[in-house]
Every structure is written in structure tokens, then in C-alpha cells.
Design a protein around this ligand. Structure first.
Ligand code: G6P
Length: 620
């Protein structure tokens, strides 16, 4: 949500900043803006709409050369996505430019105060107050090398809410200052150059040495004085240094028309990498960071999985395996609802937070609520050093690599895989499964990347179907058992990418209402469970297919190879390889991703950046 970048060094700040924004556009694309500072002062440009609009404007009226600057790509919260509300926001005297991610909760109060004391605000944003406050705080301070950072500290002490701020001042053409509270900010350390950004993707082409800022810290990057970090009171502080182990190429499209297509294709590797090195010779699962003892895990008597969006669906899939393998009751909850319903939590509750970004505010707030109630927290996350892993008792990273398309694909599969590892670990620790049983399931999991690869190789009929369904007004999805969350995920993908009405239902619920939606030709995608698993379930789903068919529905059936019972009732059968029941979602989700992508593409939509969405939602 909102991408921020800052640069100081020897290169053209504008080029570095705009390139950084391009790599972070997935975070929001309602508007984009830049500010540069040089010996002559400050210059800015900002435009509503995608980054391309800003680039066009900069090509028409170039900004003066500079080697320090900041930039922003916005996902609107306060105020419509227009030129005025776009960042950077500049103080009334034009001395300070600020970009912001998050929500300043006391902005109305601060705005009143500024207006009462003579400042006229021009935008509807919460951010603009920070530009004026920073300018005033700067003016009140004596001249000193870190004057801008000191002013930032004064401002931060007055702000409530979640924010990342990055600012420049016209009297400091070698300095960029940033601050963070409950919102991501990383620094990049190059040779004679420094970066600030919401995500390492912004500067990965220049350096892989990163430093994660801690909560309530102010950072100053200065061409001469290097990098300096303090808390909001000015006490020296340290960030968390790390080396990024993927390169810029991993965040490029690599010949695919969309990042989403590339990421769908990367799913075998995402699952394989998430499994790699995670099983010790003794059958133990190796977590990345564990501050929980085996005793703690043995005491667990209830599991809550909390997540949002696609990650929530990964949790819903995982519930079946968690309960089946561990025999511990497991509830999966939308993170945004979790803390408001006063869940019963204590030290023997394990809360598993699933998040690609590790920054989703709803999940983070739910995690913190659980922590306050003394529950144990394990996070499954794709972003090293992000907030959720830092605040958890244990962490298992999904190693899917950077996911750029807003709609999550490879992280979804990696999240399911990671949940399964956690479930197996718990089962082993609690003595519900022997080491060899765990190893046998891990071996099956290790076979899945090849099966996903096979599934990917047979997607042409799905693409054809996608082109055919491009004008469908509605598409329904049905599933049972682990196929039910996959139906939900299939519908979500279609909604977010194609803007088509879509709903996922549990097959058994069909006759309790949804069947009324079936009209002549209504496309219905059914995920059929394996006849070799709980074969009673298979029969029931085949009945569902017939019920829909009898009412004129157009049946699109996803079934495993060799399951011929479905042939007679299907308008189209999409085959997936044979896999163990609980692992089948790693295959059945693939055609649904491809279908949504193809329909969206056929409708002329931007597959990677669907309207109104952002990849990382860092506001509640
Ligand atoms: C947003 C994205 C979804 C994602 C969800 C959770 O809504 O558009 O694709 O599933 O956030 O994100 P997280 O980073 O917590 O997995």
C-alpha cells in the first residue's frame, strides 16, 4: 500500500526514484509523484493515475538535474486520487516535500491546529499536515547537520496512527530523511549512495545490502555523513541489517506478458524452495526462527489461523490438514474480524498468521491482539524482516521470491505448503505422528512441484475457455472439503482480475440457496475430489454436477486424470494429475488462476494491477 522511495548518491535521483517507483507500483497506482533537491532548491511533479502519466509529464517538462530525491506511488485512503492529493506534499513556503504511507489518525486535530495558526491546506489528505509540521519544526530548530532529522523526530512524536514518512528539504541537497511506525521502511546501502524504500524491490538493481528500520525510528541518509538512525526521542538506534538473496531479475517480467503469468509459472519452484532444507534427518521440521520450545507446542490445545484475502484461503485449505494430522481444533478467521469478536485465547492457543507481505494491517492488528492475550504466535510470511515475523514467536518463511502481481498466486501455493510443514511438525512434536509418517508426507509434498509443472503444461483448454467466458456476467465455483476453499479462491481471483461477479460455494450448500442462481448457460466450475480419497464425497459432488446440469448450467469440471465418472455430465473437463487428497489444492488452484488471468486479459484489464486494489494493504 503506497510505495515510497528516497535516494541520495551520485546518480540522477530522478532516474533512480522513477525506476524504484516502477518496481513498487504494485503497492498502489492511483497517482505518482517525485521531488528532487539540488543546490537551487526543491522541484516536484505529481500526476493522478499510473506512473506512466508522471513519466509523460516529466518527459514534457523535465525537472532540473539532482542527486537526491524522493518518490511515491499512491493507493488512496484520504482524498480522491487526483493531482492535488498525489504525493509529495509540499509545505506552504515550499521548503519541505514529504511522501507518506499509512494513515495519520489524528490528522483532523493537527489540520485544525495548522489552520487556526494561519496555514492554508490545499489537499484532502492526511499527509499534507506532516509537510507543514515538518517545515515549522525545522524553522524552530537551530542550525545543525541533522536539523531535518531532528525536525522529523519532533513531528513523529505528535503523530498517531501508522506511517512511513520520507522527506527532503530545499536547504539540504545531500540528505533524505525517513521515519516509520507500524508501516514498512527499509534502507539500501550502496557505495557512496543510499536508498530508502517501502520494499527492497525499489533499489535491488543498485544494492542488495539492506537495513530494516525498527518501530518508531527516524533514519537520515546523507551523502557525506552516511546513514544515521535514532528513535523518535533522538537516542541512537540500530536497524536490522540483511543481505537480499534474490536479484533484480527476479522482480522482472522475464518475457511474460504479465507478472501474474510469470508467477503462476514459478509455482513449482515456490513450493520446492519452501520445502527445501526444512526437514532434518531426524524428521524434524526446521523453522526459520523459533522462540518456542517443544513443550510450548505440546501444550497447544487450539489453533487459530488469521489472514486476509488469498492468504485466508490458504488458511482455509490448511485447516483440513492441520486438524487431520494434529487432531488439534483449528479455526480459520478473517484477520479483520478476529479481534472484534473477542476470541478466547490463552497461552495454550497457537495463532498462525499467514501473510505474503508481513505488513497487512488487519493481520498485524489481529496478531497483536492475540499476543496481548498471551497466545503463541507463528507467522508464515514471504518477506524477510517484515513486521509480522519480527513480532512473532516463530517464523516459517515461504520462499516464493518477490511476488509483484497484485493477485497472489505462487505465494498462495507456498503458504499452503508452509502450513502443511507446520502441521506436520506439530503432529510429530505431539506424538500424533511418527517421524517416518511425517517423512512420508513430506516426500509426497516434494513430489508436488513436478505435478504442478505437469498441470501448467496442459493449460491451453483453460486459456481457450477463458477467452470464451470473457463476456459471462457471472461465474460460480463449487467445491467440497479442500475443494471448497479452492472454489472461494477461484471466485476471488475472477472478481479481482476480471471484475466479473463470481461466487464460491460449498457443494453441499447448493440446494440451500445458490442453486437459484443457475440459469441457462450459467458457467459453473466444479472442483471434483479424488474418487480414491473419501469416495463418498466424490459421489456427492458428481450429484451436485447433475443437479446444476439439470437446470441448464454450463459445467466446467476440474477432475483428476482417470476420473471418468464426470465425463457424461461435463461440458468441459479440465484434468489435473493424481495427487493425495490433502495436497490436491496445489494442483486444482492452478487452472483457476490461469482462467481468471485469461478472462481479465481478454477483457482488456490490467492483470497485474487490477482497479481499486493494492498488493499490500497497510491500513485497516
Ligand atoms: C491484498 C491483496 C491480496 C492479498 C491480501 C493479503 O488484499 O490484494 O492479494 O491476498 O492483501 O495480503 P498478505 O500480504 O497479508 O498476504
Amino acid at each position: 500500500m503506497c510505495g515510497i522511495v528516497g535516494y541520495v548518491g551520485q546518480q540522477s535521483a530522478l532516474e533512480v526514484v522513477v525506476e524504484g517507483l516502477r518496481r513498487m507500483e504494485y503497492r498502489g497506482y492511483d497517482s505518482a509523484g517525485v521531488a528532487i533537491v539540488n543546490a537551487e532548491g526543491l522541484a516536484t511533479d505529481k500526476r493522478a493515475g499510473k506512473l506512466a502519466n508522471l513519466e509523460k509529464s516529466l518527459a514534457e517538462v523535465p525537472l532540473p538535474p539532482a542527486t537526491a530525491g524522493i518518490g511515491h506511488t499512491r493507493w488512496a485512503t484520504h482524498g480522491a486520487p487526483n493531482d492535488v492529493n498525489a504525493h509529495p506534499h509540499v509545505s506552504e513556503h515550499g521548503d519541505v516535500a514529504v511522501v507518506h504511507n499509512g494513515i495519520i489518525e489524528n490528522f483532523a486535530e493537527l489540520r485544525d491546529e495548522l489552520e487556526r495558526t494561519g496555514t492554508e491546506l490545499v489537499s484532502e489528505t492526511d499527509t499534507e499536515v506532516t509537510a507543514h509540521l515538518l517545515s515549522r519544526a525545522y524553522a524552530d530548530l537551530p542550525d545543525r547537520p541533522d536539523r531535518l532529522a531532528a525536525a522529523m523526530r519532533v513531528v513523529c512524536r505528535r503523530l498517531e496512527g501508522a506511517f512511513t514518512l520520507v522527506a527532503v528539504h530545499r536547504d539540504h541537497d545531500g540528505t533524505v530523511v525517513g521515519a516509520r511506525r507500524s508501516s514498512p521502511l527499509v534502507a539500501g546501502i550502496g557505495t557512496g549512495e543510499y536508498f530508502l524504500a517501502s520494499d527492497v524491490a525499489a533499489f535491488i538493481a543498485h544494492t542488495r545490502d539492506a537495513l530494516e528500520l525498527g518501530e518508531d525510528q527516524v533514519v537520515e541518509i546523507d551523502r557525506e555523513r552516511g546513514i544515521n538512525i535514532t528513535d523518535f526521542d533522538g537516542h541512537p538506534a540500530e536497524g536490522n541489517e540483511y543481505h537480499v538473496d534474490w536479484d533484480a531479475g527476479a522482480a522482472e517480467k522475464g518475457g511474460y506478458a504479465w507478472f501474474m503469468l510469470k508467477e503462476i509459472a514459478e509455482q513449482p519452484a515456490a513450493v520446492a524452495d519452501t520445502l527445501r532444507g526444512r526437514l532434518s534427518a531426524g524428521g524434524d521440521i526446521v523453522l526459520d526462527e523459533v522462540r518456542l520450545s517443544e513443550e510450548d507446542l505440546r501444550d497447544v490445545d487450539k489453533i487459530f489461523v488469521i489472514a486476509c484475502g488469498t492468504a485466508y484461503h490458504a488458511g482455509l485449505v490448511a485447516k483440513y490438514a492441520i486438524e487431520h494430522w494434529t487432531r488439534i481444533p483449528c479455526e480459520v478467521e478473517l484477520a479483520s474480524e478476529f479481534r472484534y469478536r473477542d476470541p478466547v485465547l490463552d497461552r495454550s492457543t497457537l495463532v498462525i498468521a499467514i501473510s505474503q507481505s508481513g505488513e497487512t494491517m488487519d493481520t498485524l492488528k489481529a496478531l497483536r491482539h492475540a499476543k496481548e492475550q498471551r497466545a503463541r504466535i507463528l507467522s508464515i510470511c514471504n518477506t524477510n524482516g517484515s513486521t509480522m515475523p519480527r513480532e512473532s514467536d516463530a517464523v516459517l518463511y515461504t520462499r516464493a521470491g518477490p511476488e509483484v502481481a497484485v493477485a497472489s498466486t505462487k505465494c498462495f501455493l507456498a503458504q499452503i505448503t508452509a502450513c502443511y510443514l507446520v502441521a506436520l511438525y506439530l503432529a510429530r512434536v505431539r506424538g500424533v505422528k511418527y517421524g517416518d509418517e511425517v517423512a512420508a508426507i513430506v516426500a509426497q509434498l516434494r513430489g508436488m512441484p513436478a505435478l504442478i509443472e505437469q498441470t501448467l503444461a496442459t493449460m491451453e483448454p483453460v486459456r481457450e475457455l477463458g477467452r470464451d467466458l470473457a463476456t459471462a456476467p457471472t461465474v460460480l465455483f463449487l467445491g467440497r472439503h479442500v475443494g471448497y476453499p479452492i472454489a472461494l479462491e477461484g471466485a476471488l481471483k475472477l472478481k479481482e482480475l476480471a471484475y466479473i461477479h463470481a461466487e464460491g460455494f460449498a457443494g453441499g450448500e447448493l440446494k440451500h440457496g445458490p442453486i437459484a442462481l443457475i440459469d441457462h448457460g450459467t458457467p459453473v466450475v466444479v472442483i471434483v475430489p479424488s474418487p480414491r480419497g473419501r469416495n463418498i464425497m466424490h459421489g456427492k459432488v458428481v450429484n451436485n454436477i447433475q443437479e446444476v446440469r439439470a437446470r441448464g448450467g454450463r459445467m466446467i469440471v476440474i477432475a483428476e486424470e482417470g476420473d471418468d465418472a464426470v465425463n457424461a455430465f461435463a461440458d468441459l473437463v479440465i484434468r489435473v494429475p493424481v495427487a493425495p487428497t490433502l495436497l490436491a489444492p496445489l494442483l486444482t488452484s492452478v487452472p483457476l488462476q490461469v482462467l481468471a488471468c485469461e478472462i481479465a486479459d481478454a477483457r482488456g484489464n490490467d492483470v497485474d494491477q487490477p482497479r481499486n486494489l493494492a498488493k499490500s494493504v497497510t491500513v485497516e
